[in-house]
Write a protein that binds this ligand. Structure first.
Ligand code: FES
Ligand SMILES: [Fe+2]
Length: 330
């Protein structure tokens, strides 16, 4: 089968795999991301463990029937136990504990209610720390309003959307083509766009500031009518599909807002969220059916796509390209 995208399927970075509030002490859940089966659990010390799903003993899936004892996950098949570092902590019926019984553990962090896992194809430890969103947990801001999709595309294709200025007008119907500016800063891409919004029939000059921390984790802040923070994530499932999650927070106090009535603020904000969601849903049929062009034929009105394409190179490794050349996916 020919590859749909020339770049490796799984870029380096932090990617959301779950929400903190969805996994309590004692919970064990199966996951499938990065083309791999995984198990996530929370021990009694509150710490999360993300392990290779299959038990090194005889291969049971720890996420289907596994339980938590102390700070370890217990395999449902013969009760071998593994802690969040992947260390085998007990084989209850062995008189001598076997060597090499440890399993692979992934780096996980909890940031602003999201559980993020570090992906590196050669198992290098994290190159950076994903930042929290200060709005999360602040009494001036609402909790998340969540929405998610599974989309048949690639992380890089979807991230490129933000710097593709012209499509905002022609696909999404914005009044003008926004003058988006992008600046590379190591693994971060800072973006700034002016945005003209309409309130009570009057144009309001706003702006959108967006920080991409690799391909997996983005914080976007909208200023203008009602201040909104969108923490979004995009996690590769396999070589063909990406799990996208949007998490909106609205500033509850009226500072930074043109609107004086809180009920009106929520109504306007909900309309605003729907508009952002509608934009993503307009992108889906393009993403699911397009091909990737490299190098693209660009014109002077296209926005900072060139800057973006330089920035993305750091998220793939030489070893991944070598595996692709050998006919093995990476
Ligand atoms: S397969 Fe897990 S303990 Fe035997
Ligand atoms: Fe778009």
């Amino acid at each position: 089968m020919t590859r749909r995208f020339p770049m490796p399927s799984f870029p380096v970075g932090w990617f959301q795999i779950a929400y903190s509030e969805d996994i309590d002490v004692g919970d064990v859940i199966p996951l499938h991301y990065f083309g791999q089966h995984l198990v996530l659990f929370r021990g009694e010390d509150q710490k999360l463990g993300l392990l290779h799903a299959y038990c090194p003993h005889l291969g049971a899936h720890l996420g289907h029937g596994g339980t938590v004892k102390g700070n370890s996950v217990v395999c449902p098949f013969h009760a071998w136990q593994f802690d969040c570092t992947g260390k085998c902590t007990d084989v209850p019926y062995a008189t001598r504990q076997p060597k090499r019984a440890d399993t692979k553990a992934w780096h996980v962090v909890e940031r602003s209610g999201l559980i993020l896992a570090w992906y590196h194809p050669d198992d290098e430890p994290p190159h950076w720390d994903p930042p929290a969103a200060p709005e999360y947990g602040d009494p001036e801001w609402t909790d998340y309003t969540r929405k998610d999709w599974t989309i048949r595309s690639h992380n890089q294709e979807m991230a490129e959307n933000a710097v593709d200025s012209a499509h905002f007008h022609y696909l999404h119907g914005t009044q003008n083509i926004p003058a988006t500016e992008a600046e590379r800063n190591g693994h971060i891409l800072h973006m700034k766009s002016p945005a003209t919004m309409t309130y009570k029939g009057m144009p309001v000059e706003g702006k959108i500031l967006s920080d991409l921390y690799g391909f997996g984790y983005t914080q976007t802040r909208f200023f203008g009518i009602a201040e909104t923070c969108l923490v979004s994530s995009a996690t590769p499932i396999d070589g063909e599909h990406v799990h996208v999650r949007f998490n909106f927070m609205l500033r509850k106090t009226l500072a930074g807002s043109l609107i004086e009535d809180p009920a009106m603020l929520e109504m306007v904000s909900s309309k605003f969220r729907s508009a952002v969601i509608r934009e993503l849903e307009q992108d889906i049929p393009i993403w699911e059916n397009k091909i990737y062009i490299a190098p693209p034929v660009l014109c002077d009105g296209d926005g900072p796509i060139g800057i973006f394409r330089k920035w993305v190179k750091q998220f793939y490794t030489q070893s991944q390209y070598e595996r692709i050349e050998q006919g093995l996916d990476a």
